[in-house]
Design a protein around this ligand. Structure first.
Ligand code: FES
Length: 126
């Protein structure tokens, strides 16, 4: 996990969602009073930008098909098995920082086959 400095907290409007591109990832940041939340900005349904949705009663409402996700734990309302990744936040020197997990390693098929041929990958690393 790595902390990324995102934005001065005074620039975050209360009750609104904001999108930030951080380390090649889209992050949706919301503010509720003195509480700040961060989650992936990509809806798990069909990939809409959650930060374009409305924030109501602690949930972000996807603008495409109105699925609702808790900003606290990312769980979809009415379907506990569907969730959006959420990230820890902290405030340092009046800046919001977000803790993002390492990016998943991606390989092309060619790179994967070459790595297998060299014996660099185990069966579950593909
Ligand atoms: S894309 Fe978000 S609910 Fe369909």
């Amino acid at each position: 996990m790595s902390w990324f400095r995102i934005v001065p907290i005074q620039e975050l409007l209360d009750g609104r969602a904001h999108r930030f591109d951080v380390d090649d990832r889209a992050v949706c940041v919301t503010r509720n009073g003195d509480c700040y939340y961060a989650m992936s900005d990509i809806c798990p349904h069909k990939g809409a930008s959650l930060s374009a949705g409305l924030l109501r009663n602690g949930c972000i409402i996807c603008p495409s098909h109105v699925w609702r996700f808790s900003v606290v734990d990312g769980v979809m309302q009415g379907n506990e098995y569907t969730r959006v990744p959420v990230y820890s936040t902290r405030i340092v020197d009046s800046w919001l920082e977000v803790d993002l997990p390492p990016k998943p390693m991606t390989r092309t098929l060619r790179e994967t086959l070459l790595a297998h041929a060299r014996g660099e990958l185990s069966r579950d690393q593909t």
